[in-house]
Design a protein around this ligand. Structure first.
Ligand code: ZN
Length: 333
């Protein structure tokens, strides 16, 4: 979003990073900024203040914006609340709009318009990266969405176009950290989806991690690689075991977890999808599922989990803190 400002911010911050934080921050910002020196120096103090500490990441997932239930106001309030934390980076976790999987072209247009307008209206001009969720995919349920499947924006294309992304999975560096955003949603049958990586993406991930072994790494996916949330409210306890849907956890978790074992620089794996906040530490990786900005799809708390986002401070040595943070939203009665 807001590409011009984003690039400006990036170039300033990258320049500061290149020179090191602190005293050199001011001159680096002046060099990189096209604006008058005084304004640049003031901003550089801000940047310097956050730069001298850890990298601040906001993980904002399941915003599910829609015309109803004041979802637009909620999303705007959340972005502004997040901006007040002075993050270096916001990563959205997917399910950005309420739903386009089963929605018509008209309804999908309305939702993306709201999403774009909220981010443009909000007081945040910094770095934003996006993750795709199942609800951001247009028309995979052809019957309900009244699509044919040969529309130019069918499937993931509409979201990619709207988010100015070339591909649904990507990697980048920020500060000392390496970030990998995965595309965790694949088609399953005619009307469904399943959590997994296609082989092509898994091979890309393998190569990307091999090429970045020295950087602490944060993985982001919409569907959790590892989560116990689907088990929490299982009603029966049949002797033969519980059934977990392949739509709520990565069905190829075994190969992904094995890959992380071969890449000890992977410290964090963030996800959404479940609208609940949970953390599992397993084999050196913290798997954190953050609750939803929309809570129970804008109807209040989802089980115990109220509307919020993940606030993370990432240290250069791979240590981090995570706080699930409410932004003060009160759902429409
Ligand atoms: Zn969701």
């Amino acid at each position: 979003m807001r590409r011009m400002e984003e690039n400006q911010t990036l170039s300033r911050r990258e320049a500061i990073a290149a020179f090191g934080a602190g005293a050199l921050g001011v001159s680096a910002a002046v060099l990189a900024s096209p604006r008058p020196a005084r304004a640049a120096a003031t901003r550089a103090l801000d940047a310097g203040a956050s730069r001298s500490g850890p990298l601040r990441l906001i993980h904002m997932t399941d915003t599910h914006v829609q015309p109803e239930r004041k979802a637009y106001d909620g999303l705007l309030a959340c972005i502004n609340h997040a901006a007040s934390q002075k993050p270096d980076l916001i990563i959205t976790g997917g399910d950005l709009i309420m739903d386009s999987f089963e929605a018509t072209e008209k309804r999908t247009t309305e939702q993306w318009d709201l999403f774009t307008r909220a981010w443009k209206s909000a007081g945040y001009t910094g770095d934003v990266r996006h993750t795709l969720g199942n609800h951001d995919i247009w028309g995979w349920n052809k019957k309900k969405s009244q699509t044919r499947g040969d529309e130019a924006r069918w499937g993931k294309q509409w979201a990619l176009d709207n988010l100015h992304m070339d591909r649904a999975w990507h990697a980048f560096d920020k500060g000392a950290w390496h970030f990998v955003v995965l595309d965790s949603v694949q088609p399953d049958g005619d009307t469904g989806y399943i959590g997994r990586l296609q082989d092509e993406q898994f091979e890309w991930l393998t190569a990307d991690l091999a090429a970045n072994r020295t950087k602490p790494t944060c993985i982001v996916s919409h569907i959790s690689i590892l989560t116990a949330t689907p088990l929490i409210d299982m009603k029966d306890k049949p002797r033969e075991g519980w059934k977990v849907s392949g739509g709520v956890v990565m069905t190829d978790m075994a190969r992904i977890i094995k890959l992380f074992g071969e890449n000890p620089q992977v410290k964090l794996a963030l996800s959404g999808h479940m609208h609940r906040n949970e953390r599992i530490d397993y084999r050196g990786v913290s798997y954190i599922c953050d609750g939803a900005v929309s809570g129970n799809w804008w109807k209040g708390a989802h089980y115990e989990c109220t509307e919020g986002y993940g606030l993370l401070d990432l240290h250069d040595d791979g240590a981090f803190t995570h706080t699930y943070t409410n932004y003060g939203w009160k759902a429409e009665a």
